[in-house]
Design a protein around this ligand. Sequence first.
Ligand SMILES: Nc1nc2c(ncn2[C@@H]2O[C@H](COP(=O)(O)OP(=O)(O)O)[C@@H](O)[C@H]2O)c(=O)[nH]1
Ligand SMILES: [Mg+2]
Length: 194
Amino acid sequence: MASFNYALREINFKIVYYGPGFGGKTTNLEYIYQSIAPSYKGKMVSLKTDQERTLFFDFLPLDLGKIKGFTTRFHLYTVPGQEYYEASRKIILKGADGVAFIVDSQKQRLKENINSYKELLDRLKEYKLDFDTLPCAIQYNKRDLPDINTLNHLEEVINIHKKPSFESIATTGKGVFATIKAICKLVIEKFEIE
Ligand SMILES: Nc1nc2c(ncn2[C@@H]2O[C@H](COP(=O)(O)OP(=O)(O)O)[C@@H](O)[C@H]2O)c(=O)[nH]1
Ligand SMILES: [Mg+2]
């Protein structure tokens, strides 16, 4: 849910990076964070659990302009991917304005991707968020690795809702901004019609 800060004349949007553990969510956020000039971003907050981190930070996209005199501020979150953090994932997803679903393209991880996608759909349903209209992009990550599924196959078995999708190598930054920009654009478009 977009929230307004009238004092700062800002609209705040929440984008959640979802997907199986070790798919590249944290790597995406770290790349985005380090690419943004200090005056356009807030502090990166990291909540450490024993094995994984939940990260969040906010930033002001330079190229989106203002909406009705308000500056847009995007808050990016990652969720911990391992199965036993289901409760945390559910809490973090609450109120999301947009979702980036990060796929691990490796063949051996296909099942985890599909399970995570199904879980996402279930959680959204519980929050009464309609996935058909929710701004979302799919990112096929780790395209540099040798034993990966073809794009066509991943599109067929994962992207069943035909969301915009991008190939990426998050460790080098390839495809990282294409993904977040697509989501920000969809979030703004949806906000403007509602
Ligand atoms: N080869 C390769 N490794 C990646 C890529 N993206 C992430 N990784 C690595 O995969 C591991 C898990 O990434 P991480 O961002 O922590 O995944 P998360 O659990 O989804 O947050 C780390 O060792 C990353 O360096 C990629 O595009 N290619
Ligand atoms: Mg992570």
